[in-house]
Design a protein around this ligand. Structure first.
Ligand SMILES: *Cc1c(COP(=O)(O)O)cnc(C)c1O
Length: 368
């Protein structure tokens, strides 16, 4: 027996990374993970219950998730052969990186992302040996297209990841901006529409039929079914065949396939919840702005907020009051910031009340 020599076995880029750290324990109001505050409509839950009855637990699920994929294709208007289902879109991000890593021995493969953005793009890319180029958003967290296009032309990335709307900033890339990136890039451009429903804009999914270097990601996680772990990759079928070689066959449980299919077949019931969340987002943002906080405009179900250097203090104060939001330490562009997920009206009122208490107990205004 000998000790495991991790220093020899691990790639050095992995050593520098840290694992996802979930907040622990009890909190009454969870506004940190960009989940929907609403469980699915009772009609959906009842239909899932019925569909699960008599499920053959002794048999493997369909390795191709056919029923689920065809429900997606029908709902989002694209051919079913261009859709892959994943164990959350996280899995699909990993599979894209694994598939498009180029040939060993030459210069390392490259990913380009704006920053700040969803951390998993660079975590997965670095762990797979990619070089990651980050392009900072502008001072108001708007896209910096000039630099983005220049970096894409110079670095020729294997993959550009755009979260649209962007987590954690709420930034939205217009059709023109995404088209400019698609034109400038000889690699794959991934438009991650995890928050697409909240933007009120058209999805890029139907475009995969005609745009060869476009891939779109969607997920059920932010619209009421995070527990399912159900995401989708939509792209031209040549690439999809290759990704399918590295995907493990039974990546989605039968529970997820069945429940996800029911959820998608009743997706119109999601739209009412989305509309309520968007309305609350704008109300909550306005209330917090009135208290003196700096709220960045967002097209998602969350927004980023600065409070004059007292972000961590406010975060602790909220937590003591049973309210959890996401504290993002030393972000590019904004510095320390809080990312607040929009909750139910009651949850949002708790947050507003507690933030007001913070200011009065602190004895100063939000600008410190
Ligand atoms: C939450 C999130 C995901 C992950 O979605 P899952 O389907 O739950 O894995 C992907 N992309 C972005 C930008 C997200 O914020």
């Amino acid at each position: 027996m000998s000790n495991l020599d991790l220093s020899r076995l691990l790639p050095k880029d992995l050593v520098k990374l840290s694992a996802y750290n979930p907040p622990d324990g009890d909190c009454r109001v969870r506004l940190d993970a960009n989940e929907s505050p609403y469980p699915p409509d009772p009609l959906i839950l009842e239909e899932i219950r019925r569909a699960l009855e008599g499920m053959p637990l002794n048999r493997y699920p369909d390795p191709a998730s056919r029923g689920l994929r065809s429900a997606f294709a029908h709902r989002f208007n694209c051919p079913v052969e261009k859709v892959m289902a994943g164990n959350g879109s996280d899995e699909l991000i990993g599979l894209l990186i694994w598939t498009l890593r180029g040939n060993q021995g030459k210069a390392p493969p490259v990913v380009v992302v704006p920053t700040p953005t969803f951390a998993m793009y660079s975590v997965a890319a670095l762990a797979a040996g990619f070089t990651v180029h980050e392009v900072p958003l502008g001072p108001e967290l708007e896209p910096d297209m000039e630099v983005m296009l220049r970096v894409v032309r110079e670095k020729k990335p294997n993959i550009v990841f755009l979260s649209n709307p962007n987590n954690p900033t709420g930034t939205f890339y217009s059709k023109e901006q995404v088209n400019a990136l698609l034109d400038a890039s000889s690699g794959l451009v991934v438009v991650d529409e995890a928050y697409g429903d909240f933007s009120g804009e058209a999805s890029w999914v139907p475009e995969v039929a005609s745009v060869g270097n476009l891939a779109v990601l969607r997920t059920l996680s932010k619209v009421g079914a995070a527990a399912l772990r159900c995401g989708f990759l939509i792209t031209g079928s040549d690439l999809l065949q290759e990704v399918n070689k590295v995907r493990f066959p039974f990546n989605l449980s039968r529970y997820t396939q069945i429940a996800g299919e029911v959820f998608l077949r009743n997706y119109e019931l999601v739209h009412a919840q989305v509309a309520a969340i968007v309305k609350e987002r704008d109300r909550l943002a306005m209330k917090l702005e009135k208290l003196g906080f700096k709220v960045f405009p967002s097209r998602g179900n969350f927004f980023l907020m600065n409070c004059g250097g007292r972000e961590e203090a406010l975060w602790c104060f909220l937590q003591d009051g049973g309210i959890v939001v996401k504290f993002l330490s030393r972000l590019p562009v904004t510095g320390d910031a809080l990312r607040i997920t929009v909750g139910t009206p009651e949850e949002n009122d708790h947050l507003i009340g507690r933030s007001r208490d913070f200011l009065s107990e602190g004895g100063t205004d939000a600008k410190g």
